[in-house]
Design a protein. Structure first.
Length: 297
């Protein structure tokens, strides 16, 4: 898959993700109303979102979710079964955000879309049965980066107030110098070569890769952020940076649950919760963390 321009990879990657979602992802049992909408970005662009609204009495807490794919691949619709299952287990209205992708839209466009979508959800929660006082963010891989950065933005820009952040094998350091990058950067799906291509597409200027809104691990202050659950995998190149972020959150006084799953590879939670016990367990861990955090006061 490497060596090709990132946009050319999208059709095949989206097909792969849809197939994995259909055949290897745990299936929700509850009924949902699914709505596709667009929300305005700060520059006038219409950001596509997909809402998964449980058919239960509201108002319900909200989970704003950011998909993975190296900031360049994937989409907000390809993991339909995963989104339904996470919404059901966490007891939330899940909003999947279609932020603009690199390299056509480099940093900070994608994360600004992510934040604009979060603000819209808080301001228009009543239109889809959501509770603006009970919002969480989550994401996997590059989406975990966006969720972590959006939490920083919400703190720095005066809201919305978040109850928690759930980060699945997040890419919180785009400089990528941790030992796990080199230990697991070949043979475990997410390779060093592919990661370099993703980062080059998203943040071409190397000097900007240490900015907190690109790499939240470099934020000077983590105080005042919402509680976090961080999931990593033994054979994931991003393992060490996820662990480091959890440690830094705790040092800043932010409650943080960290779990590294033995024998697992990158993206195991979102791809294989139907067939692997560890994937199902990690999904349950994240969902229960969210459910408890957004519980009514």
């Amino acid at each position: 898959m490497t060596g090709r321009p990132l946009p050319a990879m999208r059709p095949r990657m989206r097909l792969f993700l849809r197939l994995m979602d259909r055949f290897a992802t745990e299936r929700a049992r509850g009924a949902f109303t699914v709505r596709d909408e667009t929300v305005p970005a700060s520059d006038g662009y219409e950001i596509p979102i997909r809402l998964y609204i449980p058919r239960t009495p509201g108002p319900l807490p909200m989970l704003v979710y950011y998909h993975g794919g190296g900031f360049a691949l994937g989409s907000h619709t390809v993991r339909d079964r995963f989104n339904r299952t996470l919404a059901e287990k966490s007891g939330t209205v899940l909003v999947s955000v279609g932020y603009r992708l690199a390299p056509e839209h480099p940093y900070p466009r994608g994360v600004e879309d992510a934040y604009d979508a979060l603000r819209w959800c808080a301001e228009h929660a009543a239109s889809f049965g959501g509770d603006p006082a009970r919002i969480a963010v989550a994401g996997e891989s590059a989406g975990g980066n966006l969720a972590a950065v959006v939490a920083l933005m919400a703190r720095d820009r005066g809201g919305p107030r978040l109850r928690c952040q759930a980060l699945l094998y997040p890419a919180v350091d785009l400089t990528g110098h941790q030992p796990s990058v080199f230990e697991n950067g070949s043979g475990y799906m997410l390779t060093i070569r592919l990661m370099k291509q993703f980062v080059q597409g998203y943040v071409p200027d190397k000097e900007r890769r240490r900015q907190p809104y690109a790499s939240p691990l470099f934020a000077e202050r983590l105080e005042g952020l919402p509680p976090a659950v961080i999931v990593t995998a033994q054979f994931c190149p991003l393992r060490d940076q996820g662990k480091q972020y959890a440690q830094r959150l705790r040092q800043a006084g932010v409650p943080a649950v960290y779990r590294c799953y033995a024998g697992m590879i990158h993206d195991f939670t979102a791809m294989m919760s139907r067939i692997l016990g560890s994937a199902k367990n990690s999904l349950h861990l994240a969902a229960m963390f969210i459910r408890n955090a957004v519980r009514a006061d």
